[in-house]
Design a protein around this ligand. Structure first.
Ligand code: ATP
Ligand code: MG
Length: 353
């Protein structure tokens, strides 16, 4: 039975009950004022007999009218009340077929239906953005993975057509392409692992992590003519030390490769606040606009500037940092520095010592 029919029947039912009660009250009222003195046929007074004969048919007509009125009115009213629900149902059906661009956009007062519709619209907007991001990600990932394979293919084709060529160089180049493909695949795996939050947690000192990352990347920084300063006290948080190290390495690596060509500096700092711990990586570099900076954490977003020297990033570094931060219930803030370069702040929940 549809909700509209149920509502109609209850409207009509209530109207009948109310009408019945009213008629009973009227009947009781009349009886009080019509004297029942003379005894007539069957012991009922002629007055009352007349009253019964006129009152009950009239009451039956009134009740029948109320029934029709209740059914018709109830049907129309229920239809009006439930109209928004039909629109919401239609929208759900459309969404279920996979088309997420439709919106209900219910107008009118702020009632329960409007709240439901607005909530549904908001959910659709988020879902649409999420699906679009996923699609973009999959397309970019396959494109990036295809590039090394295509390069290998070209190298092999060239070698096949020219059998007298020196193979040493070919092997070197194939090796380099392969290393890059492996790095990319590992980055993608890391990203999905952080997103799924499938890692074990322990207490980690961020200042130790920062030192370890600095030590590992020091030769790389020297090669780029960049000096690194690391400072900070013991800064405890809870999480995966491997992932947090990866996060710090990515930030430090960025700070080195996206730095100025000569005499660049990087400052790494860890600090404890009352409820959070903060890791900041700050570097000199080209000037960046706030609008440009806001897009950098998207996967496969690379800077517009020419990539210098040996670094050919795919633009997953900051996306991984963001995923790792979020998997640790933290926040990532990127602020362009006034004199050029970037200041990256990672804020994570603190652990009591
Ligand atoms: N510390 C930084 N200073 C200036 N620009 C930066 C910094 N970190 C990131 N960027 C900009 O943000 C872009 C995206 O960084 P991200 O680490 O995600 O990718 P990538 O470094 O290009 O490649 P990779 O995947 O190898 O890390 C960079 O290409 C660069 O333009
Ligand atoms: Mg990077």
């Amino acid at each position: 039975m549809s909700v509209r029919l149920k509502l109609t029947l209850s409207y009509a039912g209530f109207l009948m009950v109310a009408g019945g009660l009213l008629l009973t009250a009227v009947w009781a009222f009349i009886l009080r004022y019509v004297p029942d003195t003379e005894r007539g046929l069957l012991g009922v007074s002629p007055n009352r007999y007349l009253l019964v004969r006129t009152f009950f048919p009239a009451a039956a007509i009134v009740l029948a009218f109320l029934l029709v009125f209740g059914l018709l009115g109830g049907w129309l009213l229920a239809g009006r009340m439930l109209a928004p629900l039909t629109r919401i149902t239609d929208a759900t059906r459309i969404a279920a077929t996979g088309s997420l661009s439709h919106r209900i956009r219910l107008e009118g007062r702020n009632d329960e239906f409007r709240e439901l519709a607005d909530g549904f619209d908001a959910m659709l907007t988020r879902l649409e953005a999420h699906v679009a991001a996923q699609r973009r990600f999959a397309a970019n990932a396959s494109h990036e993975l295809r590039t090394p394979l295509a390069i290998s293919q070209t190298l092999l084709d060239v070698a096949r057509n020219d059998p007298h060529r020196h193979t040493g160089e070919l092997v070197e180049r194939l090796h380099a392409v392969n290393v890059r493909a492996i790095e990319l695949t590992e980055a993608l795996l890391l990203l999905s692992r952080a997103d799924q939050r499938s890692f074990s947690r322990e207490n980690v000192d961020l200042s130790l992590i920062a030192e370890e990352a600095t030590e590992t990347l020091l030769p790389f920084a020297e090669k780029h003519g960049v000096t690194i300063q690391t400072s900070g006290d013991v800064t405890l948080t809870n999480g995966s030390s491997a992932l947090l190290l990866q996060m710090t390495m990515n930030l430090l690596h960025n700070a080195i490769v996206h730095n100025v060509a000569e005499y660049g500096t990087v400052q790494v700092n860890t600090a404890s606040r009352r409820k959070s711990v903060v890791l900041t990586v700050e570097n000199t570099g080209d000037k960046l606009t706030a609008q440009r900076v806001s897009t950098l954490t998207e996967p496969f977003q690379c800077g517009t500037e020419r990539i210098r020297g040996d670094h050919a990033g795919v633009g997953l570094g900051l996306a991984i940092v963001k995923s790792i931060t979020e998997a640790h219930d933290g926040t990532l803030t990127l602020i362009p520095r006034a004199g050029g370069g970037l200041c990256v702040t990672v804020r994570l929940p603190a652990v009591g010592r």
